[in-house]
Design a binder for this molecule. Sequence first.
Ligand code: FAD
Ligand code: NAI
Length: 475
Amino acid sequence: MSKNFDVVVIGGGPGGYIAAIRAAQLGFNTACIDEWKNEKGGPAPGGTCTNVGCIPSKALLQSSEHYEHASHGFAEHGIEVKGLGLNLEKMLGRKNTVVKQNNDGILYLFKKNKVAFFHGRGSFVKGDANGYEIKVAGAAEETITAKHVIVATGSNARALPGAEFDEKLILSNTGALAISEVPKKLGVIGAGVIGLEMGSVWRRLGAEVTVLEALPTFLGAVDEQIAKEAHKLLTKQGLAVNLGVKIGTIKAGKNSVSVEYTDAKGEAHTGEFDKLIISIGRTPNTIGLNAEGVGLKLDERGFIAVDGDCKTNLPNVWAVGDVVRGPMLAHKAEEEGVAVAERIAGQHGHVNFNTIPWVIYTSPEIAWVGKTEQQLKAEGVQYKAGTFPFLANGRARALGDTSGMVKFLADAKTDEILGVHIVGPMASELISEAVVAMEFRASSEDIARICHAHPSLSEATKEAALAVDKRALNF
Ligand code: FAD
Ligand code: NAI
């Protein structure tokens, strides 16, 4: 195998493996280095997303939702389930199979696109504008060279001081996806995306879940009306969300964890949990990269410092994904990876940060793109709003899932869509229409005049667009 490459990508998560494939498509002799190991010590490319993030969490969300439907939802449809049981080992096994299918899929894609894959840790040895030497420390140690380097080393779960992850009692996302017995009492610190998704999984499987969140508002980054609705729906399901708490001492015993905290009123509590998930955000990962050795600049928060084009301070060294500023989302990492490969080829790769969708895969799902009402108010933008509840949507009624709404925000003068916010069934799929519309700088009237299939959930999108002009037809 050649040891001299045009492009070497360090990290094989969604940012890295997609960048490598795109670089190879563009004719570059490309290598990707990734150190993730499966339980047999073999390669498991795909990064956090594939191994302990997007993919396994969605597998468990799906399985646990089936379980919840079978135990609570089917009866309404006249389906009687007797002797329902939970085989958690099988459920976790299925999740592991889904992960492996994705790992194998990436290895196949590398072969198909002639990307050389190195299993091990990549670190800078030396280099300048003429090229870089990268050491790969895996089963064997070798050095490869690259004209261009793309760093895509991702992120790690942030620990709370004094409560390091042991993945037995105090769990990061890794442990939260592999609990072998449903805990009776599950504590979750942080009511962010992971806290709500993993809290939902284990609640559906039977755990009593207590979420402890420092901020006084629920999902502060989400449009307030949508966040309020989501809060109401999730707490009604039994997720106990405590806002405005201050976490004190966390002590892991032999079989349980105690968490001292004060609530929003300042009253002291001690929570006793069988397991504790800590999901308070993630930190960029530059461990073992030897960034300092080659003078690769990090910012004050430890992210690799990049400009708008993902260029670092070093010539021909780029960085993408969770290890750089911006939302920590797989699709953002992928978009940056593609854009960088295209820039290396002299093309004009572009990532539009205004149209990156967000999805929280709770039930109902929460999804949005663009500005929230709070942001528009703060920016002094004149806007019109239109909402449409799923309660008035025929397909939602047939599904038996009428919770939530679609909300449009459009410029008061031009009617350009500025933001779309959804809490409701299949919001993750519905949001795509809004993303496309915003990419084409559509107006709410454009959506309102497009024919949507009946009966479909997407009619709620059309109706919300109509509601901007106060002419919803079914509500
Ligand atoms: P990563 O996926 O973290 O990949 C980095 C890779 O680089 C890893 O394989 C790592 O081992 C490797 N690496 C690091 N250093 C080196 C080195 N020196 N040498 C060799 N290899 C190295 N995002 C979504 O968009 N949708 C979701 O539904 C979603 N769900 C999530 C659920 C959970 C529980 C978590 C934790 C995250 C989730 N995310 C989701 C976020 C998503 O996983 C990340 O945004 C995404 O993985 C970032 O991609 P990346 O390529 O930048 O980094
Ligand atoms: P997060 O940033 O989404 O949420 C962290 C929460 O913890 C916040 O609400 C914060 O106020 C709270 N918090 C912080 N410190 C705290 C403390 N000391 N005590 C109590 N609460 C505290 O981070 P999370 O959930 O860890 O997820 C990390 C990232 O992973 C997400 O931001 C997202 O980018 C990505 N992700 C995306 C998913 C998706 O797209 N569906 C799913 C899961 C993760």
